[in-house]
Design a protein around this ligand. Sequence first.
Ligand code: ZN
Length: 332
Amino acid sequence: MKIPSLPEIERQSLQKWNEKRTAVVFTTKQVWNLVKDQLDIFPKQKFYVTEATKPAMDYFVNQTKAEVVYGIGGGLAIDTAKYVAANLNKPLFAIPTVLSTDAFLTDATGVRINGCVSYLASQSPDLVLVDIDLLCHAPTEMRTNGAADVLSIATGMWDWQYAQNKGKNLPNQMIEPHVVEIGNAILGTLIKNAKEIGNGTANGMKVLFDLLCLEVQLCYLCGHSRLEEGSEHHFVYSLENSLTEHILHGDLVGLGILLMSVLQGQEWKPYRQTLKQLGINYQPAGVTEEMIIDTLIGLSTYVKKHQLPHTIATDCDINTDLAIKTLEKVLS
Ligand SMILES: [Zn+2]
């Protein structure tokens, strides 16, 4: 069994980086305007990425005519760069300008196919360039959004234990007590440091960065993501089908964590406090109460249809009354 590892990571100011080879850059307009004068690279091609679909990524594979690939920005830009580099066998550099996801650390590219998430094989970056100062000055609504994928250990691990008790974990996904202990340590460190992370201090951003690294490495050791991906993510994948605009993944996951922790019967209020301290907006405009209630009611059917791992969402038959009460609690 081969256990993947984190990519090579270099902490330095962007201004110290230079690259002579021709580059294709995947980014967004806003991010590019921020970094273009700091980076000494030769961007022969530049694409602004707006959607996480396989056709969009295959288009970029066909268009690319450069020696090296850069993903600069958040998860979408970096995930696209990973897919293109893997398909063309080119060197890949990732520059996260926000800690909105853990995409810059992982070796797969998440896309949405037939109303659910699928992971396409891609590759880890050959090098991740991390400029902590740049991260501190990123837009506040985005810079810590990836912390939701650490806080989701709270509900993901609960679901994993629940499935174990029900005898529903796959043979290669059984609970391991030491993994639970380490997962709890990662979660506890996030909660303890949430205020500092939310304030965007250099120390706070470094803590969040390290927690994302630890969580990804722990999932690699397990060989699956049950540790941090449970009913809260399943709720998000289902809810996405009702959305009419792009909403940050962490905002949706934050909402999912609160709703699911209520349904799990957990002490959920500390998680709401943590989300507030982190600056994660779990009530994003663009998600109506009606969308949330409809998603909750249909969740059990959705997870069975897509054969998602066993969680509270598989068994909990949520009627309209329970959906409304759960939402009212979270928003109270
Ligand atoms: Zn996630």
